[in-house]
Write a protein that binds this ligand. Structure first.
Ligand code: SAH
Ligand code: TYD
Length: 405
């Protein structure tokens, strides 16, 4: 039995992926012996309807001065955040110089740099120092801390309250969510808007995208569960926008209760979540069965390719790949290496399975017979970029189903 991080009621895990390393913990061979593992399990709280991890490593083990995820490595994401910045500036900031924008988890400044360029007062809160320094280089003011109620108070004392608070792919990372929410409640001006987005539970269930489940993602939110969280703070969802990014995300627009109109789409999506069973434990038992089937199919495909003497490499050493590789038991015999464009991952080995991570040029210079696509969420971008490979090589996909194309 575990206590729900949102409502404190007891819940049980519906799946265990076994012992897992830190998802972004790419490492050199000298560090293999000291690698940290924990049991990756996910559960569903029947009381507040939140899907969440059962255990999570300490935050400093995941977010530090050598964090491997740089948001700006994806052109698609850069474009996505540029559009978000343009839309929100127009819609939610007044035409004066007094605006103040706060971003939680600004990473390398992929989103906040647009506000900086427009001369808007802003601050990004980013605990991983190496990516925060990259944001600084992009003209973004940052403080390298973990956002919580105390940091919110410090920001209010120094800069005042915020017209706009942004948080992309970070609310779902934070187990001390109540402290974060208490901070947001205080920091947000009476008519201010808090906009956040995270991978959407409805997509994870629909696509069996179990690789979204890893150490950093402690929550898998739905509209219903977010609503249940916001109720503690007299905040409410005023609008939602489904996004294609990260395999299907939901953007939530939030304000103080009663300050803005609530869009019909919020009510509609809450009903849809009931219809598709997101609030039922049975849905997650079924999800586990599909995950097990997906694992068995993927490993069979890789073994078949291996037996035919063909080459298969991984494409993109994503955080998500750590769950797939270690849960399915993919090893160096089945996957030659993984190519990735992020310089600090190159030359290191993947967490747990210790498959080499090589520069992207390795792939370009010697195309394999098959590429296992770990960045399936960037499929369109990669498919376009790899038009030459597409003529001769094949892709192995595992979301929404295991197949070769
Ligand atoms: N917003 C970016 C980065 C998402 S990755 C994007 O969407 O691409 C999550 C980021 O949140 C990491 O950079 C991590 O260092 C940061 N983070 C983790 N806990 C945090 C906290 N308590 N406060 C602020 N940022 C946090
Ligand atoms: P993403 O799906 O955002 O990763 P995560 O699962 O960690 O959230 O993908 C980012 C990673 O994928 C990053 O290591 C860079 C790599 N990548 C490539 O190597 N080539 C590409 O064309 C793309 C889009 C990503």
């Amino acid at each position: 039995m575990k206590k729900c991080l949102i409502c404190k009621n007891n819940f049980e895990p519906f799946i265990s992926f076994g012992m897992m390393p830190i998802a972004n913990g790419f490492l050199p061979s000298e560090k293999f012996d000291e690698e940290y593992f924990f049991e990756l399990q996910a559960g569903f709280c029947s009381s507040c309807k939140t899907v969440q991890l059962v255990n999570q490593p300490k935050r400093e083990m995941m977010f530090h001065d050598n964090y491997a995820f740089f948001s700006s490595t994806s052109k698609g994401m850069a474009n996505h955040f540029r559009l978000l910045a343009e839309n929100t500036m127009k819609k939610y900031l007044a035409q004066n110089d007094n605006n103040f924008v706060v971003e939680i988890g600004c990473n390398d400044g992929i989103l906040l740099k647009h506000f900086a360029k427009a001369g808007i007062n802003h601050i990004g809160v980013e605990p991983s120092l190496n990516v925060a320094l990259e944001a600084n280089k992009n003209g973004v003011n940052t403080i390298s801390e973990f956002f919580d109620e105390n940091v919110a108070k410090k920001i209010i004392d120094k800069y005042g309250n915020a017209d706009l608070i942004l948080a992309a792919n970070v609310m779902c990372h934070i187990p001390y969510i109540h402290s974060v929410m208490a901070g947001i409640k205080k920091l947000l001006k009476p008519k201010g808007v808090f906009i956040f987005e995270d991978p959407y539970l409805g997509d994870i269930v629909e696509k069996t995208s179990y690789d979204q489940i890893y150490d950093e993602h402690v929550f898998y939110f739905s509209i219903t569960s977010v609503n249940n969280l916001l109720k503690y703070y007299d905040l409410e969802i005023i609008d939602i926008f489904h996004q294609k990014v990260h395999g299907g995300s939901m953007r939530y627009l939030v304000s103080h209760k009663g300050k803005r109109n609530i869009s019909d789409s919020v009510i509609k999506q809450i009903r849809k979540e009931e219809e598709i069973g997101l609030n039922l434990l049975q849905t997650y038992d079924n999800l586990r069965k599909r995950i097990e089937k997906s694992r068995d199919q993927l490993i069979k495909i890789l073994k078949d390719i291996n037996e035919k003497g063909k080459r298969v490499v991984g494409y993109a050493a994503t955080s998500k790949s750590t769950t797939v590789i270690n849960y399915c038991g993919i090893n160096k015999n089945l996957l030659e290496y993984i190519c990735d464009t992020t310089p600090i991952k190159q030359g290191l080995f993947t967490p747990g399975a210790h498959i080499p991570v090589k520069p992207y040029s390795e792939f370009l210079n010697n195309y394999p017979d098959y590429a296992l696509l770990f960045a399936w969420n960037h499929f369109d971008e990669i498919w376009t970029k790899e038009h030459n490979y597409n003529k001769i090589g094949k892709w192995v996909l595992y979301v929404p189903e295991v197949k070769i194309i």
